[in-house]
Design a protein around this ligand. Structure first.
Ligand SMILES: [Fe+2]
Length: 223
């Protein structure tokens, strides 16, 4: 992705989140210069070490309109660093209409995906087999506390206010149907380095072509 494209996506994401009434921490709009000073102080180690903040990805496919996601990690813990014993994480995600987050499951993370506002969020679900394939078995998920039986590949539609709990091992791909969706994610600890199993292997972070200065740093750019 070009940096100029990422900058545009970030500006639009901030505006869209603003229209929902959701507020981000002040550091969401720190410039790279401000970050340089803040990180040097040592007071923001947690933001850096847990990769909090902005995350724009095209999953390495260079077709952000069709395959991608914009995320903001608000809080997280660590499974390996005792400085950060928090056992939970929270993110905001923005899915554009027709933009797919590719099919994946998490080995350990249990996550609630919540349609906070916007259009309808579609999510296709399968149980995984021990070999990491798409299982042909039916399974159940919890939709706002209601048990829902899923046939393999079922497309669940979540309207604003609705949510689903995804247990570890449940393959999920999702996209906004006709309108951009602001998605909440409340989960156990998030570990993008080790906990994601994509059905078709994907890069988790984009390759960036630096064609202009970064507006804001992405979560893997604090170091
Ligand atoms: Fe996920």
């Amino acid at each position: 992705m070009k940096r100029s494209q990422i900058n545009t996506i970030l500006r639009e994401a901030e505006a869209f989140i603003g229209t929902s009434g959701f507020k981000l921490p002040a550091w969401a709009s720190y410039t790279p210069d401000i970050w340089a000073a803040k990180l040097a102080s040592g007071d923001y180690d947690e933001v850096r070490d847990l990769a909090l903040g902005w995350d724009v990805t095209d999953y390495g496919q260079n077709d952000f309109a069709k395959v991608g996601l914009t995320l903001f990690t608000i809080r997280n813990g660590s499974l390996t660093n005792p400085r950060y014993p928090k056992g939970y994480a929270e993110k905001l995600l923005i899915s554009e209409a027709g933009q797919v987050c590719p099919c994946h499951f998490h080995f350990n993370k249990r996550e609630d995906i919540i349609n906070r506002s916007g259009g309808t969020l579609a999510m296709q679900l399968w149980q995984s087999t021990a070999e990491g394939e798409l299982s042909e078995d039916t399974f159940t998920v919890s939709v706002d506390g209601r048990r829902v039986c899923c046939t393999p590949g079922l497309i669940l539609r979540l309207n604003p206010g609705e949510s689903v709990t995804l247990e570890p091992g449940v393959y999920h791909a999702f996209w906004a149907e006709e309108e951009r969706v602001l998605i909440g994610e409340v989960s156990s600890v998030n570990d993008d380095e080790n906990d994601n199993r994509f059905y078709v292997p994907q890069a988790r972070f984009p390759m960036i072509e630096e064609d202009e200065a970064a507006l804001w740093l992405l979560c893997n750019e604090y170091r």
